[in-house]
Design a protein around this ligand. Sequence first.
Ligand code: UD1
Ligand code: CA
Length: 466
Amino acid sequence: MNVVILAAGQGKRMHSDLPKVLHRLAGKALLGHVIDAAREIGAGQICVVYGHGGEQVRTALDAPDVTWVRQEQQLGTGHAVLQAMPAVAAAPGATATATLVLYGDVPLIRASTLRRLSAAAGSGALALLTAHVDNPRGYGRIVRVDGEVRQIVEEKDADVACRAIREINSGILVAPAAALARWLPMLGTRNAQGEYYLTDIVALAVAEGMPIVTVHPDAAWEIEGVNSKLQLAALERVHQRNVAERLMEAGVTLADPARIDVRGEGACQLSCGRDVSIDVNCVFEGRVELADRVVIGANCVLKNCRIGSGARIAPFCHIEDAVVGPDDIIGPYARLRPGTELGRDVHIGNFVEVKNSTIADHSKANHLAYLGDATIGRRVNVGAGTITCNYDGANKFRTVIEDDAFIGSDSQLVAPVTVGRGATLGAGTTLTRDAPPGQLTVSRAKQMSLPGWKRPAKKAGLPKKD
Ligand code: UD1
Ligand code: CA
């Protein structure tokens, strides 16, 4: 099967400099959703007709299986498909196969529906995806005589009787490629909009005696297009609800299925083990894996990360390109930045930032710390206010903290520096040389008290300063 995706429209009602098909739904360009649907049904060749925003669209979504055809002027849907025909015909065995026409701004079309449409078309029929709707305004109407499809009439060309028809054309269809190649050059522009209507191929098929079949989508939202930010937001909600339903059907507990967002380029981006629970307002981006019994607190953002079994992420955490180990406790208010790898039973508490660091099993940094470019062993305790000074303004250096070390509160570790196994740093230490294993290292001014010292008192009779 060949697929032609129409994506040349400007999308005036988006009021945006970004081409319409590049606006994002669930973090993925509208056109990306359609290309992925085509891939899902095993499209042999995917041909995208682009125009507005031109090279920007092409660059954003180029791939080895996509052929790009530029439509300089948007003269109508029939003209658009015609532009794609040379590319379609060039595919091996193309003329013997069917061509599926999709729309770059109809992002939620499902592969299952497209498979049914293609099966209905078989080898020699024209198959139209249609729907019965309460308000058919703006759509092409399916005109039937004795139940058989005779033609499609556009809203602007329709008389009163025609406008009353509530079976509408989704625009999505499957036709034999050879028939399309025959029909498209025959289309004219004698209609209310002066455009080459793809829908006029229906009358041509009738004239040839080709069977015309219709298929309905499983859900109405599958054929809804995006013309405005309002419609984009509405379809975003539909999509997120679908994702939430899939998660719940797989056993995930969602505190509120209306308050979770899963975004990203690929298909199923969030994978969950057994007995995973997710509180409200969490955003998952890219590939996120939650192992068995993971609990995610409210208002967390997780991007490209793996969370080990039994780990608990308390509310308001931000985790990106990181690995959290089994039984870890993270947050609330923790930030795990790229390159963070935590072992088992690690505790990262509030206002702790970790970057490009490994922290081995049973270690803890429970309060207010920055751990960057650090290698931290097992059973290490990092006190409140500890900072790895990893950057001298030009270069980054590593800090190594070996097993069983204890870092006193408010310490600064000026990298490159190593804290030996079992070493203790006294609170407030500024460590500039390695701390030997097993010993107490302190670097702070000695405390002293002055007996008999008196606090200065205000002298009487002096003028007040202002
Ligand atoms: C089209 C159908 C109509 C159907 C409706 C569903 C025709 C003549 N009419 O109408 O029966 O009910 O879709 O939404 O086909 N495009 C191009 N190049 C062009 C023209 C359009 O790429 O020259 C693309 C647009 O970007 C858009 C799609 O084709 O994604 C549909 O075009 P649009 O002008 O919106 O068609 P409608 O008038 O809505
Ligand atoms: Ca439209």
